[in-house]
Design a protein around this ligand. Sequence first.
Ligand code: SF4
Ligand code: SF4
Length: 163
Amino acid sequence: MLRTTGVPTEQELDAVFPSKERLEKGPVVVVECFETIPCNPCYTACHSGGIRAFKNIIDLPTVDYEECNGCTLCISSCPGLAIMVIDYRYHKDYVKMTIPFEFSPLPKPEDWVMGLNRNGKEVKRVQVLSVKNTKHLDKTPMISIAVPKGQFKEIRNIRVGDL
Ligand code: SF4
Ligand code: SF4
């Protein structure tokens, strides 16, 4: 499915999502990288051992869920916008999801925006918690949104503007 549509199947997503037990321990990275291309900035950006060393530059990244602390440092390093961080313990009903966002305009904290699925289809209005756009992020801002726990695997992007 990924090869023909660019959108991963549920099974492909299951393979790269942390377990429920790991999610419940605290913030953790989700790396949706499915193409074997020569690329490893996710590994070089991580100072905590959360991304395991590549044996070959074309390896797919693998996550050491015990070492990842959900710091978000790797998110903006990924040219494929393939990385997000989920904080499942943020709220009893919501996760805090931090995603890369390269569109303009940027939202502001507390704005309501449209949560989109991996096909770009509308799922649900979600609220922006924070926006980071420092020089260090190299033109890939990070947006944190509050996503209902029932939909955190579905929502992967946002649209700013008309709701
Ligand atoms: S979130 Fe932080 S600790 Fe986890 S893989 Fe990314 S850079 Fe490493
Ligand atoms: S930086 Fe992004 S595209 Fe490159 S290997 Fe890591 S996750 Fe994949």
